[in-house]
Design a binder for this molecule. Structure first.
Ligand SMILES: [Fe+2]
Length: 276
């Protein structure tokens, strides 16, 4: 089973750039091309929040248009740049989403159980797992305590050393850790938000953070590092699940890269069906 994770799309209205700089819509088109030429195709694609930039319905309409060519089934997670009501107005047809309230859900039909958490706090950059959300999660974990499970959430619950972004992490993380520690079947907590590829052991499981499909957050490890974006290569994560070997996460950079046969030293085409 393969899960592709794209994150922090920050889709804009037509003709606009994020921060006046980054053509995020263009970069999402490149990410969609990358997703569609994956071979084998992923069983599903999970978009882990900051789907759009300014929370408007016009942006969600653009998101829908840009993602329409994706071949694999799509699943969505809320980030701090998202708005539940605007999203639901433009994506009313998604059967897995609750009609109102938090956009948590469980996908039980795959060999790896998938739990999606909604950490959005309206109008805030940080996220939160408050008592209501923790209760929901604990009930879901209690339903299947031995099934291998992956949790998707936008805000990472751990500190990264990126001082500015750590102020905007998921609040309630100690209570969340106390729950996760009781469930060794949680194979992974896969996050977004930080616009960088980051991994750490936390609460007895591996937490991973996927890079953005567009701009990345600059590596500022001092308390006074100025907040900055950097045009390091966009990428996505692929989570490969095999019962025998476990869950392995790959970083896949977005773009058309030359590949060479070790035997002939000639360039080979890995992707015959490229969209140009
Ligand atoms: Fe973001």
């Amino acid at each position: 089973m393969i899960i592709a994770q794209i994150s922090d799309l920050h889709v804009q209205p037509a003709g606009q750039r994020a921060y006046g700089i980054v053509d995020t819509n263009h970069y999402l088109k490149l990410a969609v091309q990358q997703l569609n030429r994956l071979d084998p195709q992923p069983d599903l694609v999970v978009a882990t929040g900051d789907l759009v930039d300014e929370r408007t319905e016009a942006e969600y309409r653009m998101l829908k248009t840009l993602l329409a060519p994706v071949k694999a089934p799509l699943y969505f997670v809320m980030g701090n740049h998202d708005n539940r009501a605007a999203f639901r107005n433009i994506f009313p047809e998604l059967p897995y989403l609750p009609a109102d309230g938090f956009m948590h859900y469980v996908l039980d039909d795959f060999s790896l159980r998938i739990i999606v958490l909604d950490t959005l706090v309206d109008g805030e950059g940080y996220g939160e797992m408050d008592a209501e959300r923790l209760t929901w999660l604990e009930a879901r974990l209690r339903e299947a305590p031995t099934r291998p499970t992956i949790i998707f959430m936008h805000h990472p619950p751990f500190e990264t050393g990126l001082y500015g972004m750590d102020q905007l992490r998921c609040r309630g993380n100690e209570a969340l850790a106390a729950i996760i520690e009781q469930y060794p079947n949680v194979q992974r907590i896969a996050c977004g938000h930080l616009h960088r590829s980051i991994q750490t052991l936390w609460a007895g499981t591996l937490c991973t953070v996927a890079p953005s499909t567009a701009h990345q957050v600059a590596l500022g490890l001092h308390a006074d590092s100025p907040p900055a974006l950097v045009m390091e290569p966009p990428a996505l994560h692929l989570h490969l699940w095999h019962e025998a070997t476990g869950l392995v996460t790959h970083t896949v950079f977005t773009g058309d890269f030359a590949a060479y046969s070790y035997k002939t030293k000639e360039a080979i085409s890995l992707y015959e069906a490229r969209e140009r």
